[in-house]
Write a protein that binds this ligand. Sequence first.
Ligand SMILES: [Zn+2]
Length: 126
Amino acid sequence: MNLSGFYRTEYHDGLHNLSRDYWTKVFEEHSDAAIARVSDLLHEATLQADGCMVLGAKTPRKVKFRGSRKYAYQFVHTVLGAILASYEDVVRHTCHNRNCIRPDHLIGGTRADNYQDEQERQYLGR
Ligand SMILES: [Zn+2]
């Protein structure tokens, strides 16, 4: 599924929470602006030799959009996938580089998955 095909499922109202309500509003009312912001971030990113697309910062960049601050990688993944992310949903890096926003290096997961990733990342010294 992607943003152009976003629609509310029959479970939508029963599953709502603050985070999902935020993303619902973004997808239904501000999708063009959200896509434009993702596009800006991807253009701004530097393509490295290892394939990662990084924003020049020591710590992962945050994006302010419609009253909420998200990590840039989280924003890119969630908007491009039209994912109604909840607090439990995390965005993981297959490349273990948290400054990377390359869409195909980002996958969804749980907090437990993320913990495992963090252990591997530290083990790899990244
Ligand atoms: Zn990467």
